[in-house]
Design a protein around this ligand. Structure first.
Ligand SMILES: Cc1cc2nc3c(=O)[nH]c(=O)nc-3n(C[C@H](O)[C@H](O)[C@H](O)COP(=O)(O)OP(=O)(O)OC[C@H]3O[C@@H](n4cnc5c(N)ncnc54)[C@H](O)[C@@H]3O)c2cc1C
Length: 251
């Protein structure tokens, strides 16, 4: 974790200047969010650009998350080193006395990560199989809920089992649905059945809505389309639910 705090030491003078400009912009965003009582969720990206994102996010959490969670980092559990990173982040947050904000995701760049690792001849950062990703994802939920007093969690998944697992743990540990450190999120246009049922049970939920220049948004939507076709079982079920609801409404 020390390396995230010392990240700047390895930069060239030009890079240092860029870094300071980025820090300044982030400080402004987080300050405004803090004043308006909204959260800032920083997305996780490809592993080869993630380190500065982590460093910046940890810096912002250290500044703004003293009394409440304003800033959230994203942890991709399809990476085999990220459960350990979650635990390290928690240790750092305890030492520096800030609330750790985490959005837990499985990860969106699996193919790209694997291809690049093969092309450049380094070990892939991605788990060997889906089961390993699922195991670490649920372990991360469990670890975060275990430390819910110091970790603010966003369970960001369309996976029914993981959503149910999180709600069961909360019930088991007698943690209220409206605890300010637990929140669920799905992408806009996906898994409304999950979002709806969580909200109905009193959990805090949101839909993640992408917006921005077409050149950025189209690749994002393409990734979602590919994912939808790869999770055939769940998407098929969702389609059946939508058809059933349409029929009900048209009656
Ligand atoms: C609110 C929200 C915010 C998000 N923000 C981000 C973000 O900031 N950064 C980001 O990268 N993604 C983000 N995602 C996308 C997320 O990482 C997943 O790609 C997506 O949600 C599908 O995973 P799942 O848990 O919903 O469903 P599942 O269908 O249970 O899981 C599919 C995922 O499992 C993993 N997987 C599939 N096959 C294998 C395999 N063979 N080996 C190892 N792992 C495998 C992949 O990560 C795949 O995307 C976000 C998703 C949501 C809902």
């Amino acid at each position: 974790m020390k390396r995230y705090y010392n990240a700047i030491e390895i930069l060239s003078p030009d890079e240092k200047e860029e870094w300071h400009a980025a820090v300044k912009r982030m400080l402004k965003i987080c300050e405004d969010a803090n004043n308006k009582e909204i959260g800032v969720l920083i997305d996780a990206e490809e592993s080869w650009i993630q380190e500065p994102v982590d460093a910046l996010t940890i810096l912002m959490m250290d500044t703004f998350n003293k009394d409440k969670a304003v800033v959230y980092n994203t942890i991709q559990l399809y990476r085999h080193d990220r459960l350990a990173f979650l635990k390290d982040s928690y240790e750092a947050s305890s030492k520096r006395q800030f609330i750790l904000g985490v959005k837990l995701v499985r990860g969106a760049y699996m193919e790209k990560e694997r291809k690049r690792a093969i092309a450049l001849g380094y070990p892939s950062p991605i788990q060997p199989d889906k089961e390993s990703t699922d195991r670490d994802y649920d372990a991360a939920i469990s670890f975060a809920i275990e430390h819910i007093h110091n970790i603010a969690i966003i369970v960001a998944t369309h996976n029914e089992k993981s959503n149910i697992y999180a709600t069961q743990l909360l019930v088991e540990k007698k943690i209220r649905q409206d605890h300010k450190h637990i929140h669920f999120s799905q992408l806009y246009g996906m898994s409304d059945n999950i979002t709806f049922n969580l909200a109905k049970e009193g959990f805090s939920v949101s839909k993640y809505l992408p917006f921005g220049p077409i050149k950025d948004v189209i690749p994002y939507l393409m990734r979602r389309a590919q994912e939808n076709s790869s999770v055939s079982g769940q998407t098929g079920r969702e389609l059946t639910l939508i058809k059933r609801e349409l029929k009900r409404r048209s009656k």
